[in-house]
Ligand binder design. Structure first.
Ligand code: WT7
Length: 632
């Protein structure tokens, strides 16, 4: 976030880490990975099992539509599950799960394979075919990961929609993916309450006519409405006399889609980014193994919901490909008390914790006495992701949770990148608040709008100058938009534009400042101003709306909404509250504006574009800058 004013402050890795780390020499490996990028990625790809080796590591004949490991045959589930059950790992824990009410389940790799095979056989029996897109809308329960793996096993792509999204957001994503099958649960637990997911799905399906089959996992047991010709309970299907639950893993092309994940962009509707079996598998496995230094002894906990990319890459695929033991938790971090996480770290002996700055800041507020009640001494590595971590939160995380001995891997990446791009290794000297250096194979640039490289210390656009295997291949159904959004500004140079501003200091350390587009990161979640504004405008009293993100102590950013009402409607605190509720209902609770104001007019350019920058500067009491294009 903000660079410390004092001379550079390094936290040096302990001797123990230096000696024990999987990968000790960053500089030499980095150099080699740049000089022979394809050679480097071929070596990383060799950590995975291929049904047939690739012909070409990188096919860049149709830029920016890069292809990796073309000609190769693989399935990510063969790597994440099947190959482990043939070794001693069949008895190793794959998944440790705790529900919010305190129930828990564990799965060995053997058990995980059994459940994935059963779920996959059920999907097949319901007619799911290779290449179709299955939408998954579930709480953080093991069945969510199992459902993802089951789809991938039989060659269907999954589209996981975060369980906190509303019926409208879910419905439009199902419709865009043209899913025929939706997988869900009756509900989940959050802060002691049951969230009625099946009720939300039923609403969503009214706007998603392609859906023929909805399969529901029984989690909470509360009453739900099931329609006889569409709805099935998973446990019923699993108890049907299917001839056999054995299920072959489909042989896929390296470039076949593994999943679609919707994410918010600058304008318009969320875009469905497409990731693949081959490159994505290689990339998530490589980054996690090297950055989190996975060892057999580790118990690794990623607190992200699988509904976001962090959960896909570093709760499900990355850890399982590496044969790790991964922990998953269903509920809120402070339920029933603010020691919930620390208690679980002690109980399960977690050694690596990967979480977000928002969670750290939120738990920091309750004070050190909560973690102090627990023995956190098994922890050896910490991670952070989703937004810049402010040095104060970094230091607290390092000292109080990490006992001063655990390095913090502040990983910068995006839904589009598939995995870490700027990140330390455990052996990297750290500066609190900096994501440090590029991962292998990456050339990161800080450039101006024309593409001129900026000197150290100067803020500019973050670009990636070379392709990498984990990159999203396209936007579902809209390759032109993919080209336009990420590749058009620096088309001449062939660089990927991340949409973040950042600077690089004299030591070559990167400092991420934030988004340069109309994306707002709230509690690490990515929301588009366009989505929130259209939710507001769908209210009968609203004529026009503009939203901006304002710095917030815990959530990183909070949403402020400016609303122009229709003629004869008058703003009031009651209406403001009603609009906040309206957004929550139509988009999801994470998108709730903190505050709604009713100005007379919105600042616009002569061409009619709302100048959100001006609204933001006014709210923050800053100079509004150049307003020469402002009409009123
Ligand atoms: C945006 C991508 C990557 C998984 C979760 C977010 C911001 C992400 C960091 C970090 C500063 C970060 C960027 C980026 N971001 N990690 N370590 N430091 N900012 O994925 O939802 O696609 O959001 O999150 O602004 O562009 P996402």
């Amino acid at each position: 976030m903000t660079e410390p004013k004092k001379p550079a402050e390094f936290f040096n890795p302990s001797q123990e880490i230096l000696i024990d780390a999987n990968l000790k020499d960053y500089a030499a490996t980095y150099d080699r990975s740049i000089k022979d990028r394809e050679g480097f990625w071929a070596e990383e790809a060799a950590h995975l099992d291929w049904f047939k080796p690739w012909d070409k590591v990188l096919d860049d004949s149709q830029k920016p539509f890069y292809k990796w490991f073309t000609g190769g045959k693989i399935n990510i589930v063969h790597n994440a599950v099947d190959r482990h059950v043939k070794t001693w790992k069949r008895n190793k824990l794959a998944l440790i799960w705790e529900g919010e009410p305190g129930d828990s389940k564990t799965y060995s790799y053997h058990a995980l394979n059994r459940e994935v095979c059963k779920f996959a056989a059920v999907l097949k029996s319901m007619g799911v075919k290779k290449g179709e897109i299955v939408t998954i809308y579930m709480p953080q329960i093991p069945e969510l990961a199992i459902a993802m793996l089951a789809c991938a096993k039989i060659g269907a792509a999954h589209s996981v929609v975060y369980g906190g999204f509303s019926f409208e957001a879910l419905g439009s994503r199902i419709a865009d993916a043209k899913s025929r099958v939706v997988l869900t649960a009756d509900g989940g637990y959050r802060r002691g309450k049951v969230i009625d997911l099946k009720g939300i799905v039923n609403e969503a399906l009214k706007q998603a006519p392609t859906v023929e089959v909805c399969i529901t996992v029984k989690r909470t047991g509360h009453a739900v409405v099931m329609e006889s010709d569409r709805d099935y309970w998973l446990h019923d299907l699993m108890s049907l006399p299917l001839t056999n639950f054995a299920c072959e893993t489909e042989v896929m092309d390296a470039e076949d889609p593994l999943f679609i994940l919707y994410t918010s962009g600058t304008t318009g509707s969320p875009k469905g980014l497409v990731h693949t079996h081959g490159g994505y598998g290689v990339y998530t496995a490589s980054t996690l193994r090297n950055v989190f230094d996975l060892k057999e002894r580790d118990r690794y906990w990623c607190t992200a919901d699988p509904g976001w990319i962090t959960g896909h890459s570093y709760l499900v695929y990355g850890p399982l490909i590496n044969g790790a033991t991964v922990m998953m938790y269903e509920g809120a971090p402070n339920h029933p008390y603010p020691n919930r996480w620390w208690q679980m770290i002690e109980k399960y002996g977690i050694t690596i914790l990967y979480t977000s700055p928002t969670a750290i800041r939120g738990l920091m507020r309750f004070g050190e006495q909560w973690p102090a009640r627990h023995n956190l001494s098994e922890l050896r590595l910490l991670g952070s992701v989703g937004e810049p971590i402010n040095p104060e939160a970094w230091r607290w995380y390092h000292r109080v949770i990490g006992g001063g001995r655990c390095p913090i891997m502040d990983t910068w990446w995006q839904t589009e990148t598939g995995g870490f791009v700027i990140t330390p290794l455990p052996t990297t000297p750290l500066k609190p608040g900096s994501a440090t250096k590029p991962y292998f194979g990456h050339e990161v640039g800080i450039v101006d709008d024309q593409g001129k490289d900026l000197p150290a210390g100067q803020e500019g656009n973050l670009v990636l100058k070379a392709p990498w295997p984990g990159m999203a291949r396209t936007i579902l159904g809209d390759p032109d938009r993919y080209k336009q959004v990420y590749w058009s500004q620096y088309e001449k140079q062939g660089w990927y534009k991340a949409g973040d501003s950042a600077r690089c200091d004299a030591d070559g350390y990167y400092w991420i400042i934030g988004r340069t587009d109309d994306v707002i990161k709230v509690a690490g979640h990515r929301l588009g101003t366009a989505e929130i504004e259209s939710a507001l405008v769908s209210h009968p009293d609203v004529a026009e709306a503009a939203v901006v993100g304002i710095p917030h102590e815990v959530k990183g950013n909070a949403i402020y909404a400016f609303v122009i009402l229709k003629a004869k409607k008058v703003g009031s605190p009651e209406l403001a509250a009603a609009l906040i509720e309206h957004v929550s209902k139509h988009l999801g609770a994470i998108a709730k504006p903190e505050k709604v104001e009713f100005p007379e007019i919105l600042p616009k350019t002569r061409s009619g574009k709302i100048m959100r920058r001006v609204l933001k500067a006014k709210l923050m009491g800053q100079d509004v800058g150049d307003v020469s294009t402002l009409e009123e």
